[in-house]
Design a protein around this ligand. Structure first.
Ligand SMILES: N[C@H](CCC[C@H](N)C(=O)O)C(=O)O
Length: 274
């Protein structure tokens, strides 16, 4: 079976996107297909697979799978990518509304390669959790911005062992069974954050993590380290903007603005035994 796909990058977080409105990909094949297509040595290569599905009530629905095949309810960089993909397909206009398993998102194509997402409120905020891994104790703030995130403020963002500590915290008993994405954050001048993320389901540091950037922006505002709108420089060097409303730790009007670019399109031959 030949399947048309687009490859998009959103601040260096990269995805394979497939129009699955006619369900060419069966539900039970999604996870194995994600693993297969996201493999950087043997296939297209990406941090995740995103399927555009039919929606009964919105412009479309987004389904997200990490590169290890695991399912995730949401992806912030993926959200900007699918908005760009949907507009390119003619499925949506410059302003659109789509469903994710974490909630409904309003998106707007601002320029050729910049997209704004208006998101649902975050959940499950837990502050100042002490987590000890590899002999070092971290002060962690937890928040779910569609997927679970740990936010840790560090002094030396260049030196921190993102892979080593990220992997240990991702699977720490505090966060079982779901696990957690781990964001290391440095606040710099100009109301700006540097964010490095160990991403669950990629099981490595990615060049950007949209929901992680949102989580880092929210926690920075809650702790008084920054004011909304917060500028964020992702590991890949791209600049994003997180804005939100905070009234006594009740967060609303969450917006993520950032890049999303179609890098290439192609057709992939899928053997029947996916
Ligand atoms: N790895 C994440 C999902 C993708 C999140 C990230 N790519 C983003 O942009 O939000 C998880 O399993 O929770």
């Amino acid at each position: 079976m030949n399947i048309n796909f687009s490859k998009l990058t959103a601040a260096g977080n990269d995805f394979v996107l497939i129009d699955n409105r006619e369900s060419v990909i069966a539900k039970e094949d999604c996870q194995s297909l994600a693993k297969k297509l996201c493999n950087r040595k043997h296939s297209i290569g990406a941090d995740g697979l995103i399927l555009l599905e039919k929606s009964a009530c919105k412009d479309f629905k987004m389904k997200y799978f990490n590169s290890d095949g695991s399912y995730a309810s949401m992806c912030g960089n993926g959200g900007r990518s699918i908005a760009k993909f949907a507009y390119d397909l003619g499925v949506a206009n410059l302003k659109m509304v789509f469903e994710t398993d974490a909630g409904v998102i309003n998106a707007e194509i601002l320029t050729e390669d910049r997209v704004r997402l208006d998101l649902y409120a975050p959940r499950d905020l837990k502050k100042d959790i002490k987590v000890k891994v590899n002999g070092k104790e971290f002060d962690v703030d937890f928040i779910n911005t569609g997927v679970p995130h740990a936010v840790i403020f560090v002094d030396d963002i260049e030196k921190i062992d993102v892979f080593g500590y990220g992997r240990a915290i991702r699977s720490h008993k505090t966060f079982v069974p779901a696990g957690v994405n781990v964001n290391f954050v440095k606040v710099i001048k100009g109301n700006t954050l540097l964010v490095r993320t160990y991403e669950r389901g990629v099981e490595d540091e990615t060049l950007a993590c949209g929901t992680g950037i949102i989580a880092s922006g929210i926690i920075s505002v809650l702790k008084g380290f920054a004011e909304s709108p917060v500028k964020v420089i992702a590991r890949g060097g791209d600049k994003l903007l997180v804005s939100l409303k905070n009234s006594n730790d009740k967060i609303s009007n969450v917006v993520l603005e950032g890049p999303a670019l179609i890098t290439f399109k192609g057709t992939v031959k899928i053997q029947s035994e996916v």
